[in-house]
Design a protein around this ligand. Structure first.
Ligand code: NAD
Length: 339
């Protein structure tokens, strides 16, 4: 069985990816995660599978990476590990520069050293190697209401330390393809939601506060727009991109679900009103708070390249995905209350 290195697999998207693909038994997955505040081994429902190994460690630790690449001879790398919360990047950009930029470079370089004999020439036995760099649509900056969607041709214009660090890592990944013929593929995805997302993010915050009947904070006037994708759809897109994507290409992944933040909060409150009529109405908890500095107004993804070239398509609409997500959080909350 070939071995795949997954970085950041104890976080939100990485854990959903492993929960989906470890049970298929097509690869042995090694999950390398530093277990920052955002990583939680309880997110993993597959820890007892024999094709899964967890290693606690930092992608900035070059010696550890050398040892792991030499021991496991990874055939593929799926790189999720990152500092991912925009608000934290405003107060503590340092960790974003280290993990997102230096950490990504370290991984690319170790994979290059293992896989390539010289630029554009793979070592014998390493011809099927692929490095999937997981990135974000935030690298493209912000859109006005009337501007057309982000495509793979949209120039990069990151506005937060988070998006600037991700944009930098995308450029380093790109350079490894153009300079060395390295088999890297980059995906730029819109906002994800679903089970196991960290409490700090928008949708878990709205659901948690509403369930607890506490004020639901919404930045500014609530009119900022994000393009939402159910996390399993993102994971399936990554799996298709690493198997069918072209070296050096980037693929946007998004679900055509542009929604204003205030719509999200109201929709979640309406669904909770149906599921918990005794606690209705939840909407009155919505509380507008001071806007985030440099808050991008709108993100919206054109995913037609991955749809037409690789055959990916989102299975969930926002309405079906958000219902599943709310039910998952309600279950988690009930378990906590009853434990
Ligand atoms: P997350 O914050 O939930 O998880 C990140 C994981 O990386 C955590 O388990 C953390 O412990 C680990 N980690 C952090 N620094 C590390 C280091 N130095 N070494 C090893 N592990 C480290 O993030 P997420 O939401 O799951 O995002 C995963 C990836 O997807 C990120 O690269 C992010 O930029 C990208 N992305 C996220 C979204 C989204 O909406 N969440 C959208 C598009 C792209």
């Amino acid at each position: 069985m070939k071995t795949v290195l997954v970085t950041g697999g104890a976080g939100f998207i990485g854990s959903n990816f492993l929960n989906l693909f470890v049970p298929k038994k097509e690869y042995h997955f090694v999950n390398l995660d530093k277990l920052t505040y955002a990583g939680d081994l309880n997110n993993l429902e597959i820890s007892d599978h024999d094709n899964y190994t967890f290693i606690e460690g930092d992608i900035c630790d070059v010696k550890l990476l050398e040892d792991l690449f030499s021991k496991y001879k990874f055939e593929k790398v799926i790189h999720f590990a990152a500092e991912s919360h925009v608000d934290n990047s405003i107060t503590n950009p340092d960790a974003f520069i280290k993990t997102n930029i230096t950490g990504t470079f370290n991984l690319l370089h170790q994979a290059y050293s293992l896989w390539m004999e010289s630029p554009f020439k793979f070592r014998k036995g390493f011809e099927n190697t692929r490095f999937l760099h997981v990135s974000t649509d935030e690298v493209y900056g912000t859109l006005e209401d009337d501007e057309s969607l982000f495509t793979e041709e949209t120039p990069y214009a990151p506005n937060s330390p988070y998006s600037a660090s991700k944009a930098s890592s995308d450029m380093i990944a790109r350079s490894y393809f153009h300079t060395y013929g390295f088999p890297v593929i980059t995906t730029n995805c819109s906002n994800n939601y679903g089970p196991h997302q960290h409490d700090e993010k928008l949708i878990p915050t709205i659901i948690r506060k509403a369930i607890q009947k506490k004020a639901i904070p919404i930045y500014g006037d609530g009119k900022n727009v994000r393009d939402w994708l159910y996390v399993d759809d993102h994971c399936k897109g990554i799996n298709i991109a690493i198997h069918k994507g072209e070296f050096g290409e980037t693929y946007n992944i998004g679900g055509k679900n542009e929604r204003q933040n205030i719509y999200i909060a109201t929709k979640i409150c309406d669904i909770l009103d149906e599921l918990r009529p005794e606690q209705a109405p939840h909407k009155e908890l919505i509380d507008y708070v001071t806007d985030r500095p440099g808050h991008d107004f709108r993100y919206a993804i054109d995913a037609s390249k991955i749809e037409s070239e690789l055959g990916w398509k989102a299975d969930e609409t926002f309405e079906t995905g958000i219902k599943k997500t709310i039910k998952w959080y309600l279950d988690k909350y009930n378990q906590l209350v009853n434990s």
